[in-house]
Design a binder for this molecule. Structure first.
Ligand code: AMP
Length: 486
């Protein structure tokens, strides 16, 4: 079995000396065994060392840094109502609002039995409730850089007592042009602090950031940098550019995909594709930077509830989304930046489950394909996909009308919320968060696999379908098609 970053370990949460209140929260999350990044990171963070971690979202890295942070802050926890007793002591910076929100939800769950307070601030929403929360005092603050600086300017956030800084998905923060903001924030922090930097890829820019701001960091790498998760089956389908929409419909239908993120390179492309998919009977919505924060959250929530089949997304919008049991992602366009490919396909095959990364490739995308293969250091399986003349579906397989959504007789424009769904539209109940409740199962082979990890060649990767972990996490019951469509 090839190594995966989610291979369960022989470690247990008890061995780290975490406080009973934290262990209780971990148990309530249904985690029984630490993931490799957790097994490696928790002791190092507890020891106070800086960390340079190579780990994608989906590996359990959030708990890997949050649990020891909570433990380290516990002696300073206070039940006092006075804001002065609750200064910001740990700051977690993330590139996107969605990721900030997810990290905050995790931190809150892990710290729920302690008196430590946490809060999240990000842009695109009213600042006032955030300001009120900050004024009451929080020890752990999760933030996107721009909004944090707004709060600093308004004096609702004071970073003078931060002892621990986490830069989550630091590579993306740099991609998104946050370096100046990051530098401003870093200048506001005490020099004497612990810094943890996580990044899916270790580009030269990231290394430079680390060498400037980290002190003698311990490098923690659970998967080779720039590698893709081994439990994701990657297939590239060669299609004519004009056949791509039909190809997406075909893949969704042929594979019975009920929940898929389709990535596009542009906002306009994403909106257009979502509309076209809807016309072809796929319940779809677009999520990109031009949509308001509440529209994006609403779309994401509806998708998580299983009410939307295809979430058509641009890279920025999709960054860091944690969607349990996502069976597949489709790249409608190959990304211009090869590293985005690694991030995109990291949306599937999460926490040990298996997934399919299906990419459409038209003849004018040869350079992108070559760049991806160079980055992941292996050739991708390219197959031809023949798309029949598009058929307009007006009913889904269950016989439920799909498109007659607007019972007010108005426009057919797609809205995102469940609330706007018309009567009679099939409402699929899909258990989403089951995933979180299922335990990891220790595997005796994990340790030796981990030991071999570093010298493992960039060999063709197999779906880890036999992993007990994947099975325990519920897998997807997805039939794996290795030689799909023609
Ligand atoms: P992350 O990489 O932090 O986004 O985590 C990915 C997913 O794995 C989240 O849904 C976590 O709740 C879940 N997770 C994290 N640690 C564990 C664990 N030790 N056992 C089971 N699930 C976990």
């Amino acid at each position: 079995m090839s190594d995966t970053e989610t291979t369960p370990t022989n470690a247990t949460f008890d061995q780290f000396g975490l406080h009973a209140d934290i262990l209780k929260a971990i148990a309530e999350q249904g985690y029984t065994t630490p993931t490799p990044i957790q097994a490696e990171a928790i002791p190092v963070v507890l020891g106070g060392r800086d960390v340079m971690g190579a780990a994608q979202t989906g590996t359990g890295k959030t708990a890997g840094f949050s649990l020891p942070i909570i433990q380290r802050l516990l002696p300073l926890a206070s039940t006092s109502a006075s804001p002065a007793r609750h200064p910001v002591r740990a700051l977690i910076l993330t590139p996107t609002r969605e990721l900030a929100d997810q990290v905050a939800a995790n931190v809150q769950a892990y710290a729920k039995h302690t008196s430590l307070r946490s809060a999240v601030v990000f842009g695109g929403v009213d600042m006032n409730p955030q300001s009120a929360e900050l004024r009451r005092g929080v020890e752990i603050l999760i933030a996107t850089p721009g909004r944090l600086l707004d709060h600093v300017q308004q004096k609702t956030a004071n970073l003078g007592q931060v002892q621990i800084l986490v830069l989550d998905e630091a590579d993306r923060m740099l991609d998104m042009g946050f370096l100046p903001d990051l530098q401003r924030i870093l200048n506001l922090l005490p020099a004497e602090r612990q810094t943890l930097l996580f990044s899916a890829t270790f580009s030269p820019e990231i290394k430079k950031l680390a060498s400037t701001y980290l002190r003698n960091p311990q490098t923690i790498e659970v998967a080779r940098s720039n590698s893709t998760a081994t439990n994701v089956t990657q297939i590239v389908y060669e299609v004519a550019e004009g056949d791509k929409t039909g190809a997406v419909v075909k893949l969704i239908r042929d594979r019975g995909l009920k929940q898929v993120i389709v990535f596009c390179n542009s906002k306009i492309g994403a909106s257009r594709l979502a509309r076209q998919l809807e016309r072809d009977g796929v319940i779809a919505t677009a999520i990109h930077g031009d949509r308001t924060q509440s529209e994006r959250m609403q779309a994401l929530d509806a998708f998580k509830r299983g009410e939307i089949e295809a979430l058509v997304a641009t890279d920025v919008a999709a960054r860091g989304l944690d969607i349990a049991e996502l069976p597949a992602v489709i790249n409608f366009d190959l990304p211009f930046n090869a590293e985005d490919y690694v991030h995109r396909i990291g949306r599937t095959g999460r926490a040990g489950a298996s997934g399919d990364a299906l990419s459409l490739f038209s003849p004018n995308e040869r350079k992108q394909l070559a760049d991806i293969e160079k980055l992941i250091k292996r050739p991708l399986d390219v197959q031809r996909l023949t798309v029949d003349t598009p058929v307009r579906h007006h009913h889904d397989e269950r016989g439920a009308p799909r498109r007659e959504r607007d019972d007010r007789g108005g426009s057919r424009r797609r809205t995102t919320g469940a609330h706007e769904r018309p009567h009679g539209t099939h409402h699929r109940q899909q258990p989403v968060d089951d995933f979180f409740l299922k335990p990891y199962e220790p595997s005796p082979s994990a340790v030796s696999a981990a030991a071999k990890r570093d010298e493992a060649p960039a060999a063709p990767q197999k779906p880890a379908s036999k992993q007990p972990l994947a099975a325990l996490l519920g897998g997807f019951g997805m039939p794996r098609k290795t030689t799909p469509s023609n």
